[in-house]
Design a binder for this molecule. Structure first.
Ligand SMILES: [Zn+2]
Length: 423
């Protein structure tokens, strides 16, 4: 398939408000037109009803956050702690829905993986927060203990894992950062640092003599570079530890990654694809592989390290996602228009330039009306990362953008409007 066949032509490309030439600084928080806001809210509610009904009638064997039941529980938690944070009754209703979905998951969490997105860590972390939110402190404490023991009870097994986000070290690190976002201080800095150190040491061992990056990793034999399986995702998690002293190999690793940006603004999915002479390095505009995953790394790098090259590279990501980000494959968070739209949310909050916000709104409009355009039905059509729950998460974040930055789920640390305690 040629790269042109992977995406629709962007029908909004000539809209004046969406052009970088119209660059202006926002003087007020981003606004959603009232009619669009009504449609986004209705779609969000409708998706929640469909998901709850489907999972109640036929509990899924897949308990993961990525494609299974826990992902819908996370959507409920997100709505409870952002959109309805100030409406105690509605917030509690969503926490109770999440609790009900998680009851099924906790009895069958996967034993082969411990990460947030694809392993036991996600259901345990979400359940700990939900139980704390419902005031069930002892239950929350017990779940938190189980989550910590995934690492502490078998550290040597942990060190043997890969390091990437979906199945590896930083996928577990995300569980701990997620807990501290909702239950401040529940995970110690020393535990966070210890887990991060395992990931850094694995990257130092994986270093390639021929590649000028102090950290390098493989997953299934390939040197992946993107957010889901690769170096960009690992570095994004390590940057978010926000320690005064970053691991010393991190900045040169990010500089190396930035140097791999292609003339289009996209990034290759793996080192192996860089050596592909048939343009395969510039194929995918996905959160999982390509520029829509790198934007989050570049944004955190710019905020932490302050170098303009990261912002420039981030703006280039925005251009290629705008041109080629309306995918025929679908509208999901992982490889679809909703996940790609977080590129513009990220750039808007980084720069305050209104054309990024207009682009995010156009991608939301596209998702609202895209069901008849999508050429492939996802394997998990209601799920968080491949289906409609993720699109609903994006709608919630568009609505909430007037209240501040809305992080990419399961990669960036959440910013709930209310927090809980389990002590
Ligand atoms: Zn994907």
């Amino acid at each position: 398939m040629s790269k042109d066949e992977r995406n629709f032509r962007n029908p909004y490309a000539r809209l004046p408000a969406c052009l970088p030439s119209s660059r202006e600084k926002a003087s007020q928080p981003p606004q959603v037109p009232p009619e669009l806001s009504v449609r986004l809210l209705a779609a969000l509610e409708q998706t929640l009803v469909e998901c709850d009904s489907a999972y109640r009638h036929a509990p899924s064997a897949d308990t993961s956050v990525y494609t299974g039941t826990s992902g819908v529980a996370l959507l409920h938690l997100h709505v409870a702690t952002t959109l309805h944070a100030e409406d105690h009754r509605k917030s509690r209703e969503h926490l109770l829905q999440a609790q009900s979905l998680l009851t099924h998951c906790l009895s069958r969490v996967p034993s082969h993986s411990i990460t947030f997105l694809c392993g036991a860590g996600g259901p345990l972390a979400i359940a700990a927060v939900v139980e704390a939110g419902l005031g069930n402190t002892d239950k929350a404490k017990s779940l938190l203990q189980q989550l910590k023991e995934l690492y502490t009870s078998n550290k040597s097994r942990f060190s043997q894992l890969p390091s990437e986000l979906l199945y590896g070290h930083v996928g577990y690190l995300y569980c701990l950062l997620f807990i501290n976002a909702y239950l401040p201080g529940a995970v110690s800095q020393s535990l966070l640092q210890e887990v991060a150190r395992v990931a850094v040491e694995a990257g130092e061992k994986g270093r390639q003599a021929s590649v000028p990056s102090p950290l390098m990793y493989t997953w299934h034999g390939r040197h992946y570079l993107g957010a889901a399986h690769g170096l960009a995702g690992i570095a994004t998690l390590l940057l978010q530890l926000k320690t005064e002293q970053l691991p010393s190999p991190l900045a040169p690793t990010i500089n190396y990654l930035t140097s791999l940006q292609l003339p289009s603004g996209n990034f290759p999915s793996s080192l192996e694809s860089c050596h592909d002479s048939s343009h395969h390095s510039d194929r995918l505009i996905h959160w999982c592989h390509g520029a829509p995953g790198f934007i989050h790394l570049l944004s955190h790098a710019y905020q932490m390290l302050g170098e303009g090259r990261y912002l420039k590279a981030g703006e280039m990501c925005g251009e290629v996602v705008w041109k080629r980000g309306l995918l025929r494959k679908g509208y999901s968070l992982c490889h679809g228009a909703a996940g790609n739209a977080y590129t513009f949310i990220q750039l808007y909050h980084l720069t305050g330039h209104t054309h990024h916000w207009h682009r995010a709104l156009k991608f939301a409009e596209w998702c609202l009306s895209c069901s008849e355009r999508v050429t492939r039905t996802p394997d998990a059509p209601l799920s968080l990362f491949e289906g409609s729950a993720g699109v609903a998460f994006f709608y919630c974040d568009i609505i909430m953008s007037s209240r501040g930055k809305t992080p990419f789920p399961c990669l960036e640390i959440p910013q709930p409007k209310i927090t809980f305690t389990c002590s």
